[in-house]
Design a protein around this ligand. Structure first.
Ligand code: FES
Ligand SMILES: [Fe+2]
Length: 301
């Protein structure tokens, strides 16, 4: 497996024959080929498609086809990468990660059902959605939105919890009541646990925003549903279907609906400007505390 991670990000992700994952800058230090376009894994190294130099997981050149001395500058920057709960998470910043995303127990959950957007926006705008209570009603038609707990921040983590109702159909029900527990880590990773209490259905959503080039963000969203303990509660006609099968069908339908929700935000994100001093009003949600928390992710020059 060799994958060019993102066009603007110029990094390449690969897994060696023994299973080690690596994330390197994409351009070969020899004469500049893109290792993600035609590069091949050879044992524990990545072979450049242009002249065949090979690089290990730390980005050091370990061989050339000429067999002579390896140039001392034949070294590529490598970046930390983790594998957790079905995700490959790369560190976009410089240096070593300043925090770790906790791994999730996926026992009893469906696989992730995913969707992606390539957007003209910034990860901070996307994460701000989770505390922008006013837009939940105005953009997404949520009703009776109320906080279940005050916004909590702890270093790189932010947690917000709400209850809401949704008049649009979900899983066959015309109206649902749900509780949303948002765990935002940094500006690029959010786990949103949504319990549809009115149906006895538990879901997990991921919001993964990666900055690519200036002004652009690659947004992946994903959805998993916990195996349904009482399918008959979702709909009487489903009482005999297996809970795991139903969960998968629901995850597949729910990611489409979730992508539709995000699509409602997209034209606003892509056209909006940045308001450094927003004219906040009562009912807005904790946007001020969120922005103070977010400042930690911008290194001071
Ligand atoms: S450009 Fe990579 S080996 Fe020459
Ligand atoms: Fe939104």
């Amino acid at each position: 497996m060799v994958r060019r991670v993102l066009a603007g990000q110029q990094r390449v992700l690969f897994r060696t024959a023994s299973g080690t994952l690596a994330l390197l800058d994409a351009y070969c230090p020899h004469l500049g080929a893109d290792l993600g376009v035609g590069g091949r894994v050879v044992g524990e190294s990545l072979r450049c498609p242009f002249h065949g130099f090979c690089f290990d997981v730390a980005g050091a050149c370990v061989s050339t086809p000429y067999g002579g001395k390896i140039p001392p500058t034949a070294q590529i920057a490598s970046h930390p990468v983790r594998e957790h709960h079905g995700l490959l998470l790369g560190w976009v910043g410089s240096g070593t990660p300043t925090f770790e995303i906790p791994a999730l127990d996926t026992t009893g959950w469906t696989a992730w059902h995913a969707h992606a957007f390539d957007l003209a926006t910034h990860p901070q705008e996307i994460a701000e959605n989770s505390v922008d209570v006013g837009h939940l009603a105005a953009v997404h038609d949520y009703q009776n939105v109320a906080p279940l707990a005050p916004l909590a921040v702890d270093g790189p983590q932010l947690r917000a919890r709400y209850v809401f109702e949704r008049p649009r159909p979900l899983f066959g029900a015309a109206r649902v009541r749900a509780e949303m527990d948002i765990h935002q880590w940094g500006l690029g990773y959010a786990l949103v646990e949504v319990d549809v209490v009115s149906l006895g259905v538990r879901t997990r959503q991921l919001v993964l925003a990666t900055p690519t080039t200036t002004g652009r963000t690659y947004l992946r969203i994903a959805m998993a549903v916990h195996h349904i303990a009482a399918p008959g509660r979702v709909h009487p006609l489903l009482s005999l279907v297996p809970g795991g099968w139903l969960a998968n069908r629901m995850a597949s339908a729910a990611i489409r609906q979730y992508a539709g929700d995000v699509a409602q935000d997209v034209p606003i994100w892509e056209a909006k400007g940045w308001t450094d001093r927003p004219a906040l009003a009562e009912g807005d949600g904790p946007i001020g505390p969120y922005r103070r928390w977010a400042k930690q992710f911008y290194p001071v020059a």
